[in-house]
Design a protein around this ligand. Sequence first.
Ligand SMILES: *Cc1c(COP(=O)(O)O)cnc(C)c1O
Length: 410
Amino acid sequence: MALINENFLKLKAGYLFPEIARRVKAFTEANPEGAARLIRCGIGDVTEALPEAVRYAMHEAVDEMGDRGTFKGYGPEQGYDFLRNAIADNDFKARGLEVSADEIFISDGSKCDTGNILDIFGAGNKIAITDPVYPVYVDTNVMIGNTGEADENGAYAGLTYLKCSPENGFVPDIPEEKVDLIYLCYPNNPTGAVATREQLTAWVAYARKHGSILLYDAAYEAFIQDESIPRSIYEIEGARECAIEFRSFSKNGGFTGVRCAFIVIPKTLLGYQKDGTAYPIHPLWSRRHSTKFNGASYIVQKGAEALYSDEGKSQIKALIEHYMGNAALLVEAVKAIGLPVFGGVNAPYVWVGTPNGLTSWQMFDKMLNEANVVITPGSGFGSAGEGYFRISAFNSRANVEEVCRRLAAL
Ligand SMILES: *Cc1c(COP(=O)(O)O)cnc(C)c1O
């Protein structure tokens, strides 16, 4: 009798994006005209073409694969040195940060990394997540057995929810209680908020005091416009003793379909055995990664390396300017109709308060039926997201301009 992992049965059935897809399908089947006008500002996926520098490098890599002399089979599980060095030099050393190439592990995505990281942590950790939150952090903890059942609001027993609201700038207050693992994502998906140096300094101090680890998701760092906002947790003194950073090429380089990301695990980061003995995290992840992963594709890593060339950097800059230009238009359009608006300044997401006390899903239906625009209901990211909706700036300029016109007509 093959037993299943019953933790999966705790997962809530109505996962956000399938429910959005169901409602959109029902709408388009009933309204062919509305379907033709439909603009999707829902799922956070990039829309613009892969940078030329990346395509060129990948073509070259494909040709190398086609020649017996330069063909590559399995590569190093942690990633090729050419990419690890490019990351260490450009993302960290050039900014005066101490992260060495062998503290960087290349993977095929941050979604997998943020889920897989739980392999190396023990049972019994107190886990804190923000509310609202990127659902992957929650569901992966449910799957591995770190939670109890969900209540009627979808909150899982055993998880510590850190409420994010306009009052705290959507950056959670330091909790009274002790927690062991804390997921932070800044710039934030879904709220578009950023964390200031002071706020991150407080979190690093908290983590060091309690022997906790911050799981810092910096997937959107490239969208930061304000020079005073940290782009990496390692800009905060002491973070090498308490933080793991997740980075991805998905949003800066348009790699959502190409797949490449990395984790930084400082060699100075320690966890603890039950008897209180300290143990370094780096060798644990190294072992986990090389046992369960056989390396990202050579072709893809060559493409990622090209993002650090001069051409690659300027092509990333153009992509970011495009999306942030979209975000600025959306922020203006939402302001003009008098709705409370957050984010969209250092992040490609605009977080909007619903009008007249509508719930997030009521607003979703209103936008779908009246404006033929798909947005994401805030409540899908956690109960503190109720009363908000997210508009993604990942779109063509023409679509965003049309969405702005439709918002004005709402
Ligand atoms: C898009 C996104 C990522 C990137 O995920 P990949 O698997 O690398 O594509 C990571 N974290 C958050 C919060 C995201 O929105």
